[in-house]
Design a binder for this molecule. Structure first.
Ligand SMILES: N[C@@H](CCC(=O)N[C@@H](CS)C(=O)NCC(=O)O)C(=O)O
Length: 173
């Protein structure tokens, strides 16, 4: 019998991408919480799994995989019958485009803004107001929602209408 996959994660971080994908696929996995806030990611036992001391990490048999987007793609390709990645080459190219856009264009500036930016009008951070991550629209290719959704959510309620509308216009919403 195949061993259950293990996901090393910590709630409201990029770990969500891996968890989202596993849940979307309906795959059973063993979740292992590594408390970043308590510094557990710097403990020797975790550094043996990922010497970079970062989350998420997916362990599937002999495979130890880091990088949240690589995990999303691995899972989507492992279960092709679930249809998270389109079979058509050009449709898949669009999915890859959004995955890379989320990771390379969207994520860093949004992290920077959310860490250093003032909250307009004293608004509470998005997560505390129960904002839901939006889905990237279009046909097929559910895999692109996992990385893009949390990043878009970061940019949604707190940075004012102009920023949000520009972002959503770019995403075709
Ligand atoms: N590019 C990596 C980034 C991983 C990463 O930086 N994870 C953060 C949580 S979102 C982390 O583990 N930080 C701990 C640290 O940097 O000490 C990915 O997408 O998986």
């Amino acid at each position: 019998m195949e061993a259950m996959m293990r996901l090393y994660e910590f709630g409201p971080t990029r770990s969500i991408r891996a968890r989202w994908t596993l849940q979307e696929l309906g795959v059973e996995f063993e979740p292992i919480t590594v408390y970043l806030v308590a510094g557990e990611h710097r403990r020797p036992e975790f550094l043996k799994i990922n010497p970079a001391g970062k989350l998420p990490v997916l362990v599937d048999d002999d495979l130890v995989l880091t990088e949240s987007v690589a995990i999303v793609l691995y899972l989507a390709e492992k279960y092709p019958e679930k249809g998270l990645l389109p079979a058509d080459l050009t449709a898949r190219a669009q999915v890859n485009r959004w995955l890379l856009f989320a990771a390379t264009e969207l994520e860093q500036p949004l992290w920077r803004i959310s860490r250093h930016g003032a909250l307009p009008g004293g608004q509470a951070p998005a997560g505390r107001r129960g904002a839901r991550a939006p889905r990237v629209q279009g046909d097929g290719g559910g895999a692109r929602d996992a990385p893009a959704g949390p990043a878009v959510r970061r940019g949604r309620p707190r940075h004012g209408r102009g920023f949000r509308d520009g972002l959503h216009a770019r995403l075709g919403r």
